[in-house]
Ligand binder design. Sequence first.
Ligand SMILES: C[S@@+](CC[C@H](N)C(=O)[O-])C[C@H]1O[C@@H](n2cnc3c(N)ncnc32)[C@H](O)[C@@H]1O
Length: 361
Amino acid sequence: MSAMRAPLIGVAKSAVSRTGSRPVALTGAASSVRFNSSNSSSSDAKTHFGFRDVASSDKAGLVGSVFSSVASSYDLMNDAMSLGIHRLWKSHFVSQLDPRGGIACLDVAGGTGDIATRILDHARTAHGDRQTKVTVLDINEKMLRAGQKNMAQTMYWGTDQLAFQLGNAEDLSLSAPPTQSPASISQQHQQQRLPRNSPALPALPTQPIASDSLDLYTIAFGIRNCTDIDAVLREAHRVLRPGGIFACLEFGKVDGRQLPFLPALYRRYSFDVIPSLGQVLAGDRDSYQYLVESIERFPTQPEFARMMQRAGFTLAGQPEAAKWGIGSLGGETGKRDDDDVKGAWQDLTLGIASIWHGIKL
Ligand SMILES: C[S@@+](CC[C@H](N)C(=O)[O-])C[C@H]1O[C@@H](n2cnc3c(N)ncnc32)[C@H](O)[C@@H]1O
């Protein structure tokens, strides 16, 4: 276990209204990648895929098909569905974390690189930091390729600040054959230094992520797509060093306390407008139908905070977190039953999206 260090991430500063490695089978049907892990749920266990009940073992493949299908239109659709607001949420998510000081970050389900770009931009522009490193990890090759294309336009391309890898958030100890031993993020960035002026996109490795090796773990709009959310959280806890921060940006449940008609209105928009936009802009109604259903199935803000707690995180809003500079995010539902996790999250745009912070102590 590495020694406990104070966070190099300034989450408290801006409380804005704020291994062993195991081989993995890569079956590249339609460029969606299937990771077989002994941690995966057994094949007869059931989970949900949107509103459908499916075998747990099938979910990753189904989610893979969705993201392979939407990868090329993903950025356009995000802008259309949210009227560009997702950009503000992502920027706020990162600036609130205030990454700096040459930290090691893992952006899980990092897809098109939106969070990684913002982390590196923030560290550089706010702190003159060109040492902070981000690995973008995603299960879907097409999404990562879209991310590489986006980030090839940035100054980080070809430097050891940036690496991409295929991986499953539910088991970050996985490696592609031949089996590799866990490498630190720094070693991985050295190994994967991307060619600066090469037109070819570099290969996407799958490397195990060592325990206690990261300062910051981010996951934005990714965790609800995973089959076993508890496993994702346990893995996040394992790979963070003591003092490391877990930060999640995900769709939340709209708060109807001030405007009681709002949740129904938002639901109407989600189910009536978004699949039709998917049809018109991307020729793909079904994938966007899944996306809105998956939002509906995701736990409430306090439920997700309790899942983080069960995985071992100390939540923002708890006195022990405050001692480490992790301030309350202010979130509360007004129900006394939820007071135990008060402050663990922050609602954005009336709870359409939310941010949760936890620290590994
Ligand atoms: C809605 S996109 C979010 C992309 C990006 N983080 C953003 O905010 O724009 C969800 C991503 O989660 C990825 N994903 C789904 N299940 C995953 C898993 N088990 N492990 C890693 N990534 C996963 C998908 O491939 C997809 O790229």
